[in-house]
Design a protein around this ligand. Structure first.
Ligand code: HPA
Length: 266
């Protein structure tokens, strides 16, 4: 499958060589608006499966952003849709073969900290994979990456520093913390939230970690940002919904757009 993905993307890109991959989370499509000279490749033309979730488009957009050649995933795959973690590994392998060196991964997440209110941005400094699943299970190909990859610096320190500095220049408040990955699709119970907080989580969400594990395995550098769309179940007084996630993400996406643009320009 990987060869097919790579060939299909390459034939759509022509002589365009991408350097940076941007993964857009739920409700964050607006970020793609500023990409210049867009080449739009529907996922189905690449051979990727159909996206089944509202707020995720299902296309790869190539072009210039902040002076860099970017590939932008407008829509991603979640384990809760029933996709196998291996799909995400193969996808990330394709990007690495296309020349991607750096990844900006974004997502929508729930906050476990009262001061991190909806609309806040949190740079992911570490994660906890609580899914019981891993994209790297199965026979390992030592030519691709190590059997037991190091995950102690999954989020690149230099890119984090660059992101911190960019946010400070733009006077955007950037929280930092640990992203807690659950499969979903249900939002958490109050007892789960209490447990996750005790375990060291600052934000909780249903994506990103399979991509990050795969990216690190294939030797790509990652910086991650969560857009906080809601407080967790034990703080929030009303019932959570996907519509609210999309609404809050779209509001915060404007800050995120400015941050990513400036980050790429540096
Ligand atoms: N929990 C899990 N995933 C999420 C949440 C949440 O509260 N908000 C947005 N994605």
């Amino acid at each position: 499958m990987i060869e097919t993905y790579v060939q299909n993307i390459k034939s759509a890109l022509g002589d365009f060589t991408p350097e940076v991959l941007i993964i857009l989370g739920s409700g964050l499509s607006v970020l793609a608006d500023k990409i210049e000279g867009k080449i739009i490749i529907p996922y189905t033309k690449i051979g990727f499966p159909k996206i089944t979730i509202a707020g995720h488009k299902g296309e790869l957009i190539a072009g210039k952003l902040g002076g860099k050649n970017v590939l932008c995933m407008n829509g991603r795959y979640h384990l809760y849709e029933g996709h196998s973690p291996a799909l995400i590994k193969d996808m990330m392998s394709s990007y690495q073969r296309l020349g991607i060196k750096e990844i900006i991964a974004t997502n929508a997440a729930g906050s476990l900290r009262p001061e991190m209110t909806p609309g806040s941005l949190m740079m992911i400094t570490d994660h906890i994979n609580f899914s019981g699943q891993n994209p790297l299970t199965g026979v390992n190909n030592d030519k691709e990456g190590p059997r037991f990859p190091n995950m102690s610096d999954a989020y690149d320190k230099e890119l984090q520093q660059k992101m911190r500095q960019t946010a400070s220049e733009l006077q955007i408040k950037l929280f930092e913390g640990t992203y807690f990955f659950v499969v979903g699709p249900n939002f958490e119970t109050k007892a789960e939230i209490k447990a996750f907080r005790t375990l060291g989580a600052d934000a909780v969400g249903m994506s990103t970690v399979p991509e990050v594990i795969s990216a690190v395995y294939f030797g790509m550098k990652v910086v991650g940002i969560s857009v906080i769309t809601n407080q967790s179940a034990d703080i929030q007084t009303h019932t959570l919904s996907h519509e609210e996630t999309l609404f809050e993400a779209r509001q915060a996406a404007v800050d995120l757009q400015g941050l990513i643009l400036k980050f790429l320009e540096k």
